[in-house]
Design a protein around this ligand. Sequence first.
Ligand code: SAM
Ligand code: SF4
Length: 321
Amino acid sequence: MRDRFDRVIDYARLSITDRCNLRCVYCMPEEGVAKLDHGEVLSFDEIVRVAESLARLGVTRLKVTGGEPLVRKGAADLVRMLKSIDGIASVTLTTNGILLPSFAPALRDAGLDGVNISLDTLDPERYRRLTRLGSVDEALRGLEAALAHFDSVKINCVPMDGVLDIAPIASLARDRNVHVRFIELMPMGEGAIFTPVKRDDVSAALESAFGPLTPCPPPRGNGPARYSSLPGFTGRVGFIDTADHTICSSCNRVRLTADGVLKTCLHMDRGVSLRSLLREHDGTGLDDAVAEAIQNKPAHHQFALRNVAGSELRRMSEIGG
Ligand code: SAM
Ligand code: SF4
């Protein structure tokens, strides 16, 4: 469906857990966050009912996210359920990759269409410092498993140590069919205390290492990334600049939190809790509530104005990125 600013909303990110096996410095505090009780988290059946409602309203693509979605038992079963919804053309998943070697076969058999792996550095010490718990070797084994099981693999990198990691991470796209996207750090939650690396600095680091960037069409999917090719590269590099408003005018997405809030802007706490509709009213009025939330999607985020009324106070791990 179209919102009141004539944007077509055809993509939804579904967070299926607030839990994670890592503690990335820009996403979660070291001690973790107060966990939702199991009863607060939507069941798979409830997530599917929301996804069916979204599909009836024109959503065609779903991304399963978290927290870390693969720490939720049965994630592949949910993928299978989502894939069977009428009107859903693609279901993909975003993960830190650590558990992919165990789950990639089941996810592929369930029909998953592609995987995004979050990987900010290839340096073992920096990976450990940035994720607090992870090992880059495990994440790279996850990348190998993804490449062995899926045609569509993307890497999402939030540069954190200036431009140190740009060329090594981009080089993953040189010889393999993987697209590397550089995402500007968002000043939300833990992310607010770090300084984002600017798009121009990322581009300059890439051009100095590999040669000129040439703008090119996006690969499969149509998110906010702008893509370029590099000489001799198999995959493309993409850029997602979140802090300015340029991505908002073409924003095509809504988000469902693990506890059932349909969020219509990443940065604003605007949204509607669908859990009570599902549990106390057996889903009656679900389509109307979802449609009304989409209609009221804000024109743009307000990252520049910190702590304005209505700013999102949840952390990214609670929203799903
Ligand atoms: N655990 C999974 C993963 O890491 O891909 C899925 C959830 S995670 C919240 C989704 C994405 O949000 C990751 O790519 C992560 O890098 C990104 N993210 C988290 N906090 C961020 C922030 N403050 N700014 C930009 N991206 C952020
Ligand atoms: Fe976990 Fe993903 Fe957040 Fe890192 S970015 S702490 S992997 S949810």
